[in-house]
Structures are given as structure tokens and as C-alpha cells.
Design a protein around this ligand. Structure first.
Ligand SMILES: CC(=O)CC(=O)SCCNC(=O)CCNC(=O)[C@H](O)C(C)(C)COP(=O)(O)OP(=O)(O)OC[C@H]1O[C@@H](n2cnc3c(N)ncnc32)[C@H](O)[C@@H]1OP(=O)(O)O
Ligand SMILES: NC(=O)C1=CN([C@@H]2O[C@H](COP(=O)(O)OP(=O)(O)OC[C@H]3O[C@@H](n4cnc5c(N)ncnc54)[C@H](OP(=O)(O)O)[C@@H]3O)[C@@H](O)[C@H]2O)C=CC1
Length: 291
């Protein structure tokens, strides 16, 4: 089926990024979040990010204006009722996602496809919380969406071929590269990346190195664009912890045990950049390590 309108659930960093690239590729986009303020702030951030793209010569001011005009949103879920493809990018919590699908499905066109941007959760299990498991799958973008080239596509056990092909056509129109992953905990990228980040947090926890030493070591010693603790703050420590918990529970192997220090940061509400504090404190002019 042809996809023209995209619905996005969650106006956070991922929902905003997916809305941005979709609107720039010519799709009409409706964003839903629980609070109208959150939707407004999300759309303002997209405007700011597109302004950076204009300043960098990546897009013209006219392209930005036309893309912004294709984006709308609200805190009433009915804003998604005309969507051909809804991409859920709400908090990485299975209970939240299941509640969203229960509310969403009755509002949708029968032909609409529902996708999740989950970082780790079982696509098959999430599909079973919808009225359309055959038209449900994982479309997993990477952060920051406008920059990262990769999108993982993940079928659930019931996903049908037209759904998979429609998702493939949509991601191709965004000029992203696709990898296909089987439906196992955290798929490919996060199965490999998150244990590395968790190990960096253990390295800090055990006093092997400071925040700065660990990040400098991996930036200059392994040529990573960001140090693992900087990247954890960028992803969001709540999301990192959820992914480790899904790996630990789903694969039943103690090597995935979330570091207690990661748990402590999340319990403190120090979730990284999005809350102003994580392994670094972002509230001043330059990020300052918190340990
Ligand atoms: C958790 C999951 O489920 C899966 C995941 O996503 S895991 C996380 C995967 N992501 C990563 O590993 C990211 C690692 N980090 C990087 O690749 C880089 O540090 C980075 C691309 C994020 C930033 O690169 P940088 O060179 O340090 O920063 P910066 O100069 O600010 O940005 C580079 C360019 O991207 C642009 N940019 C960054 N974020 C942007 C956004 N949201 N929208 C538009 N443009 C953006 C900047 O404007 C800049 O453009 P110019 O080159 O034209 O100036
Ligand atoms: N961060 C990353 O690097 C990546 C994350 N992902 C996945 O994308 C999804 C979103 O992550 P991310 O954008 O980082 O998270 P954020 O915390 O930035 O955004 C999540 C958004 O969902 C909203 N939300 C919470 N509950 C509901 C609800 N019931 N209905 C609608 N919206 C809701 C939140 O609102 P409020 O703030 O008010 O709670 C927030 O605006 C997660 O599944 C995550 O695993 C995938 C790839 C990369």
C-alpha cells in the first residue's frame, strides 16, 4: 500500500527526529504525545534542527518551510486517525507501549500499519497487544535520526510481506540504509552496543578510570565519535537501563546484568542530556563529569 501520511507517537528525541526526516522526504506528519506542551516543544526542536541544516547548507530555507508546514500534532490521539503508517516512539516501557496500542487501534484506518521504534522489546509480543499483528513490525531508527544512516527492520512472527515491503519503501524514501534483524532482544545494534556501554559503566563503578578517562580512552583509543558514557547520556540512561534489563531477562545470561551505578543514576532521575544531568552535568556552559 502507498504510504502518504505518517503518525508519530512520542514527541521526544526519536519521535522528533523521525518526524523531521519524514517531513523532509515529503510525507505529511502528525505527532501525538500525552501533553500538548510536549508536542509544541517537539515541533520547536525540529524547527531548530532544520535551521541547523539550513545553516550548514544541507537544505534551503524554502525546503525547511515546506517540511515544517507538513508537520502538525496534538495531545488528542485522533490526530493519528488518517495515518497510513504510525510509528510509536514513546518511552521504552512495555506497559506504556501496550496501553498506547489499546487506545490507538480503534482510531486507525483498517489498512494502517503500526510500527514501533523500540530499542529492544519483542516485536512479536508488542504485536499481540494490537488488533493487527500482521500489519505490525519494528522500524528501529538510530539517534540522531537526521544524521545516522542505518535503520533496522524487524518482523514479528505474524508480520505479512506487504507490510514489510511498505516499511522498506518508506525507509528507502528517507535515503537510509536498511539492515534486517530477527526478533531477538535488542536486535543487532543494541545487542552489541549496550553491553559495551554497560561495561564502560562497570569500569567507572569499579574505579578503573574516571568519566573523562573512560571517554577519552574510547574516543582516541578506539576512534569512537563519542565516549561510551557521553553516548549513554545521549541515548538516555533510562533507555540504556531498559535495554540492559530486556537483554538480561530475555537471554537469561548474567553477562547482561545492568551495572548498579546505572540503576542508581536512573533512580536519581539523572537520565543524561534530556534531564540536564547524567554522567555529565549539562547545566553550565560546558559538560562537567559528575564522577
Ligand atoms: C539506543 C538505540 O536504540 C540505538 C541508537 O541510536 S544507539 C546511538 C547511535 N548513535 C551514535 O552512536 C552516535 C555517535 N555520535 C556521533 O556519531 C556524533 O558524535 C554525532 C553525529 C552525534 C555528532 O557529531 P559531531 O561532529 O560531534 O557534532 P556536530 O558537529 O554537532 O554534528 C555534526 C553534524 O550533524 C548535524 N546534526 C546533529 N544533530 C542533528 C539533528 N538532530 N538534526 C539535524 N542535524 C543535526 C549538525 O548540525 C552537524 O552538521 P554540519 O556538519 O553541517 O555542521
Ligand atoms: N534514545 C535513543 O538513542 C533511541 C531510542 N529509541 C527508542 O525510541 C523510543 C523513544 O525514545 P526517546 O525518544 O529517546 O525517549 P524520550 O524520553 O526522549 O521520548 C519519549 C516520549 O514519549 C512520551 N510518552 C511517554 N508516555 C507516553 C504515552 N503514553 N503516550 C504518548 N507519548 C508518551 C514522553 O513524554 P514524557 O516526557 O512526558 O514522559 C516523551 O515525550 C524508545 O522506545 C526508545 O527505546 C530507539 C533508537 C534510539
Amino acid at each position: 500500500m502507498a504510504i502518504e501520511q505518517i503518525g508519530i507517537i512520542g514527541a521526544g528525541q526519536m519521535g522528533g527526529g523521525i518526524a523531521q526526516v519524514s517531513a523532509l522526504a515529503g510525507y505529511k506528519v502528525a505527532i501525538y504525545d500525552i501533553s500538548a506542551d510536549r508536542v509544541e516543544a517537539g515541533i520547536a526542536t525540529i524547527g531548530g534542527n532544520m535551521a541547523r541544516q539550513v545553516a550548514g547548507g544541507k537544505i534551503t530555507p524554502e525546503t525547511r518551510e515546506a517540511a515544517m508546514a507538513r508537520i502538525s500534532g496534538g495531545s488528542d490521539m485522533s490526530v493519528l486517525s488518517e495515518a497510513d503508517l504510525v510509528i510509536e516512539a514513546a518511552t521504552e516501557d512495555e506497559t506504556i507501549k501496550r496501553k498506547i496500542y489499546a487506545q490507538l487501534c480503534p482510531l486507525l484506518k483498517p489498512t494502517a500499519i503500526v510500527a514501533t521504534n523500540t530499542s529492544s522489546l519483542s516485536i512479536t509480543r508488542l504485536a499481540s497487544a494490537t488488533d493487527r499483528p500482521e500489519r505490525f513490525m519494528g522500524i528501529h531508527f538510530m539517534n540522531p535520526v537526521p544524521i545516522m544512516k542505518l535503520v533496522e527492520l524487524v518482523r514479528g512472527i505474524a508480520t505479512d510481506d506487504p507490510t514489510f515491503q511498505a516499511a522498506r519503501a518508506y525507509v528507502t524514501a528517507l535515503e537510509k540504509t536498511i539492515t534486517v534483524s530477527e526478533d531477538f532482544p535488542a536486535f543487532i545494534v543494541n545487542r552489541i552496543l549496550l553491553p559495551m556501554i554497560n561495561e564502560a559503566i562497570y569500569t567507572l563503578y569499579e574505579g578503573v578510570g574516571s568519566v573523562e578517562a573512560i571517554d577519552t580512552a574510547m574516543k582516541l583509543g578506539a576512534n569512537h565519535p563519542m565516549g561510551p558514557l557521553q553516548l549513554a547520556d545521549f541515548i538516555g540512561l533510562d533507555t540504556c537501563l531498559s535495554i540492559m534489563q530486556v537483554l538480561y531477562d530475555g537471554l537469561a545470561d548474567s553477562k547482561y546484568r545492568p551495572c548498579p551505578l546505572l540503576v542508581k543514576y536512573v533512580e536519581a532521575g539523572w537520565l543524561g542530556r534530556k534531564t540536564g544531568r547524567g554522567f555529565y552535568d549539562y547545566r553550565g556552559e560546558v559538560p562537567v563529569p559528575t564522577r
